[in-house]
Design a protein around this ligand. Structure first.
Ligand SMILES: [Zn+2]
Length: 332
C-alpha cells in the first residue's frame, strides 16, 4: 500500500523578539505552528540557532507531507535577491548576514527570503483577502506600519529590494519625529505608537476627567491604543475623536497611495488594522476629498485573512510563488 504524500512548505518568520515556524499546505492551510524566543543580543550564531530550532521543530511535525521548499520572512531591511539580512534596527545580531544561504545549507531545500510585510502581502494576495485581485496593496498596522505591494501575483521590490516603505510617506512635514528620522510619517501618526502618543497629548490638554486616563489608572503615560479602543467602545467622546483623527490621517495617506498605484484592493492587517477596519466606511466616504481619482471609493478596503499567522503564511506564500517560477522554467 502506498501513501500519497501531500506537498507542503516549511515557513519561518523572524522578528526581534520571537521566531515563529510552521508547516503550510500548498492551499495556504497552516497545519502546524510553533514559536521560540529570538535572542538578538548574543551574536549572529546564537540568533541563527533560534531560527534553526524553530524550523527543526516544525519540520519534525510535517508528518507524511513532502516538504518542497522553505520560506523565510524576516524584519527588514534585507536583500530578497540574495537572502542577505542588511541592518535591521530590531535585530542588532545580524549585519550583512547571509540568512538565506545558511538556511538552504542547513536544511538542503530551496529557500526564499523576503521582508515580513511584503511576504504577508503576498499571502493575502495568494490565499487571503486579496485573492482574485490583480494588484494588491497591503498594510500591516501594529506598533509600526509596514506595507507590501503585489502586482500581477509578484511582490514589487523596487530597484534594490527596499520598496515599498509606504509607512514612511510623510503626510505632515511639521509632524512628530518618526523612528526612521523623518517627520510626520504616517507610521509616526497612525501606528499603535502614534495613536497612543496623540491620545496622551489629548488627555494632557484636557480637564483630567478622561475615561482613557481612568482606564490607565490615572497614569497618562500608560495610555495605549488598547485603552483608546476600550474607551471608544464604552462611548468616550475623547477616544472617539482620537480614532476619528486616525481615520482622517489614514484617508489622507490612502489618497496618496491610490493616486500613485490605483490598486484593485487594499488589505489591512495587524492589531491596529483590525481596530481601524471598523472605520472603513468612513474612510471610503472621505477618500474622494483626498484623492484625485474620483473612482477611489470603488476600491475595496478589506481586513486581512491571516492575522497572528501573517508571518508564517507570508513565508509559505514565497514558496508558492517560487514554485510557479520553477514550473515555468522547466517548461522552457
Ligand atoms: Zn518614518
Amino acid at each position: 500500500m502506498t501513501t500519497e504524500k501531500t506537498r507542503a512548505y516549511a515557513a519561518v518568520d523572524i522578528g526581534g523578539t520571537k521566531v515563529a515556524a510552521g508547516i503550510v499546505e500548498t492551499d495556504g492551510t497552516i497545519v502546524y505552528r510553533t514559536r521560540v524566543p529570538m535572542v538578538t543580543t548574543e551574536g549572529p550564531d546564537v540568533a541563527f540557532r533560534c531560527v534553526k530550532d524553530a524550523l527543526q521543530n516544525a519540520i519534525a511535525h510535517a508528518g507524511v507531507r513532502e516538504l518542497v521548499a522553505i520560506g523565510v520572512s524576516a524584519a527588514g531591511p534585507l536583500d530578497p535577491h540574495t537572502g542577505v539580512v542588511l541592518n535591521p534596527p530590531n535585530m542588532p545580531c545580524w549585519r550583512n548576514f547571509p540568512l538565506g544561504e545558511l538556511v538552504a545549507k542547513g536544511f538542503e531545500l530551496p529557500v526564499t527570503v523576503e521582508n515580513d510585510a511584503n511576504a504577508a502581502g503576498l499571502a493575502e494576495a495568494t490565499w487571503g483577502a486579496g485573492k482574485g485581485f490583480r494588484n494588491v496593496f497591503y498594510a500591516t498596522v501594529g506598533t509600526g506600519l509596514g506595507t507590501g505591494l503585489v502586482l500581477d501575483g509578484k511582490i514589487y521590490n523596487g530597484r534594490t529590494g527596499l520598496a515599498p516603505e509606504a509607512g514612511h510617506i510623510t503626510i505632515d512635514y511639521r509632524g512628530p519625529l518618526c523612528g526612521c528620522g523623518k517627520r510626520g510619517c504616517i507610521e509616526a501618526l497612525a501606528s499603535g505608537t502614534g495613536i497612543a502618543k496623540r491620545a496622551r497629548a489629548a488627555v494632557a490638554a484636557g480637564r483630567g476627567n478622561s475615561m482613557m486616563l481612568k482606564l490607565a489608572d490615572g497614569d497618562e503615560t500608560a495610555i495605549t491604543t488598547e485603552i483608546v479602543a476600550g474607551a471608544w467602545r464604552a462611548g468616550d467622546a475623547e477616544a472617539a475623536e482620537v480614532l476619528h483623527e486616525t481615520m482622517e490621517l489614514l484617508t489622507v495617506w490612502l489618497g496618496c497611495i491610490i493616486d500613485t498605484l490605483e490598486p484593485d484592493v487594499i488589505v489591512f492587517g495587524g492589531g491596529v488594522g483590525e481596530l481601524m477596519s471598523e472605520w472603513f466606511p468612513q474612510i471610503s466616504e472621505l477618500l474622494p476629498k483626498w484623492c484625485i481619482n474620483q473612482r477611489c471609493g470603488e476600491i475595496p478596503l478589506k481586513l486581512a485573512h491571516y492575522n497572528a499567522d501573517a508571518g508564517i503564511a507570508g513565508a509559505a506564500a514565497l514558496c508558492a510563488a517560487q514554485g510557479a517560477h520553477a514550473m515555468v522554467s522547466v517548461d522552457d
